[in-house]
Design a protein around this ligand. Structure first.
Ligand SMILES: [Zn+2]
Length: 626
């Protein structure tokens, strides 16, 4: 491969678009068209704000704009022509009227200080002066204020372009004086096309798989993609094709690859591979919340692809992967992973929620059905339980061939009396897609009243509750910012707080009532609110513990490992009466549940020690389906 004379410049610089035409500026057609119009009509703004992820062409576009505005070609549509005196001067970096400032550098800060002085002077050479301020969000407040004065009285024949990856960091007064353009991540297909073109022109051979790894890695940034190609081309000996093996080796098994490996492991039902990948991620210092979110993002794309929504971010590999799943299955898996963020934040083992969601995704419905009896044991006195054989018989197959996806579209907004029973009653249905079910099932014969909300339901509607609380009392709402719904037991909704201060404030009668009123307005149910710290709160096995995606039971586990033996009384007994009555019984049941869950954890540990186990063995009591 040619690493010699021709390759003194990075590919990104070398193939930087020289003109608005010809598809060189990839993936930003909306920006390009609007700017070309402005140039053609002579309506160029005094200030632009270019927002978007790195490597999507913000600075490049700013330079193109500067060139086009100064181009001497008589035909506006041809600008920039790249042959006139002005274009050539700019291309060669000789144009002193195009001033680029990197706000992130020390030099940039000084430059901004000078800017107010310099800005008074008319362009020296060109018709129109351009200030291109990169990483504009890094400007200090003082620099912004100084800059604001300039923007308020813009000098003639001068345009400012602020480029930023983080527009929210800009002063609103500055941002509002700019015409804003949002640059998008470049869709995978367009990026592949562009990278392919560059490779061909450079005589770099790259196979399809390697290319798609590069595209995935660069997450919509053309600069990243071309930098990776640079690196790979340098590492490849002459006349050799860049292949997937080399690419993986060079890039390491990255976050993105791990994400796909976990998803493929779900597909292949390969517990060992998936759990090891999760553990590798942890060992290599990867942030588990970020990893969890990335898995969820990929699962979401798969679901969209499978549903025919054609998301631009999805590349060929993801699209292909999507065809290998059934849609209902993807819905269910998405649900499994959708709430792990919460669990990672509050749990003692950051990797565990991912592991459990992963195992649940594989063990699937069989686990769901398996786990269902367990909560029932916890409160046998209160809840009539269908016999086990029935449940077994009604166990849905793990990979449901059901083609329809209509049900999930219905918003599951109404209180669902008991999710578990719902599942049992309609086993053929996609479990994740639990649409509102007429409460035909046995109504909850609770002594304390109609506490039928599930904690999942509360979590789903928590933003609405927060809004209601905010309307009533902003301070209480602010306290809620560091709290999450944790469990529901006998009409008491337990909130988990990050700090003792928040817990004690929220437990004050007035504040508690404010939240209770809000909950009642949203859920049409009166729940007692009790707030505590992690470790103080009772788990609620019958509600599936902390929220998670729709399969209330597989989630009882995420919270489990450092399982709290209930601290009798502390939070629970003061706020509800139904609790004490069956307390002893509950405790026994809870201990039993804890023992069973402990077995699952032990099983998973065995996997990490290299001892492979059978999926069916993972199921607590024997396993029913295949
Ligand atoms: Zn020109």
């Amino acid at each position: 491969m040619d690493t010699g004379p021709g390759r003194t410049q990075s590919l990104y610089r070398k193939y930087r678009p020289e003109t608005f035409a010809g598809g060189e500026l990839v993936g930003q057609d909306h920006v390009r068209d609007t700017l070309r119009n402005a140039i053609a009509n002579g309506r160029v703004s005094h200030a632009y704000l270019f927002c978007g992820p790195r490597g999507t062409g913000k600075t490049t576009t700013a330079r193109l704009l500067a060139k086009a505005v100064n181009c001497l070609d008589p035909e506006p549509a041809n600008r920039p022509c790249n042959v006139c005196e002005a274009c050539v001067a700019i291309n060669q970096g000789r144009a002193t009227d195009i001033i680029e400032i990197d706000a992130a550098s020390n030099r940039g800060i000084e430059d901004i200080r000078d800017l107010r002085e310099q800005v008074k002077y008319a362009p020296a050479q060109l018709r129109h002066k351009f200030y291109i301020i990169d990483e504009a969000h890094r400007l200090t407040r003082d620099a912004f204020n100084a800059f604001l004065k300039t923007l308020e009285e813009p000098p003639p024949n001068t345009t400012f372009v602020l480029a930023t990856t983080d527009p929210d960091e800009l002063l609103e007064t500055v941002a509002s004086r700019c015409q804003r353009f949002d640059f998008h991540r470049i869709p995978a297909e367009q990026m592949a096309l562009r990278v392919r073109t560059v490779c061909e022109q450079e005589g770099i051979e790259i196979d399809d798989e390697a290319l798609s790894i590069v595209i995935r890695q660069s997450t919509g940034s053309l600069r990243d993609a071309l930098s990776l190609i640079d690196m790979l081309a340098t590492a490849t000996s002459e006349d050799k094709t860049i292949d997937a093996g080399l690419t993986r080796k060079m890039l390491g098994l990255s976050q993105d690859e791990r994400t796909l490996t976990v998803i493929e492991a779900i597909l292949e039902r390969d517990l060992t591979l998936g759990l090891q990948t999760i553990n590798d991620a942890l060992d290599s210092g990867q942030d588990m919340r970020a990893f969890g979110r990335q898995i969820l993002a990929a699962l979401r794309l798969l679901m969209l692809c499978r549903a025919g929504a054609n998301p631009a971010e999805a590349d060929g590999a993801l699209r292909e992967l999507a065809t290998r799943f059934e849609l209902p299955e993807l819905l269910r898996i998405n649900r499994e992973f959708s709430e792990i963020d919460f669990a990672i934040r509050h749990g003692g083992f950051p990797q565990l929620p991912i592991e459990l969601a992963f195992v649940a995704a594989i063990v699937g419905d069989s686990a769901t059905v398996q786990a269902a009896p367990q909560p029932a044991q916890v409160t046998p006195a209160r809840r009539p339980e269908p016999s086990r054989p029935e449940q077994r018989a009604s166990a849905p197959p793990q990979r449901q061939p059901e083609p329809r996806a209509a049900q999930p579209a219905q918003p599951a907004r109404e209180p669902i009396p008991i999710r578990r029973e719902e599942r049992e009653q309609s086993p053929a249905r996609e479990p994740a897609a639990s649409a509102p079910q007429p409460p035909a099932s046995t109504p909850e014969p609770r002594p304390s009243g109609a506490a039928t909300a599930s904690v999942q339901m509360v979590v789903e509607r928590w933003p609405e509750v927060r809004t209601e609380v905010k309307a009533a009392d902003r301070k209480v709402e602010a306290l809620l910012a560091s709290c999450d719904p944790y469990s529901i037991i006998d009409g008491t909704l337990f909130l988990i707080a990050a700090y003792p201060f928040h817990a004690s404030k929220l437990n004050e009668d007035r504040n508690r009532q404010t939240i209770e009123d809000a909950v009642e307005r949203v859920l049409q149910q009166r729940l007692t609110i009790s707030t505590g710290l992690r470790g103080e709160l009772p788990d609620a096995p019958d509600e599936g513990g902390p929220p998670s995606g729709g399969t209330g039971d597989s989630n009882a586990t995420p919270q489990t490992p450092p399982r709290q033996v209930r601290d009798d009384g502390a939070n629970a007994s003061d706020s509800n009466d139904g609790y004490d009555a069956s307390e002893a019984e509950d405790d026994e049941q809870e201990r039993a549940a804890a023992r069973e869950e402990h077995q699952v954890i032990e099983r998973m540990k065995a996997i990490f020690n290299g001892e492979e186990i059978d999926i069916d063995e993972l199921q607590i009591d024997g396993g029913s389906s295949s």
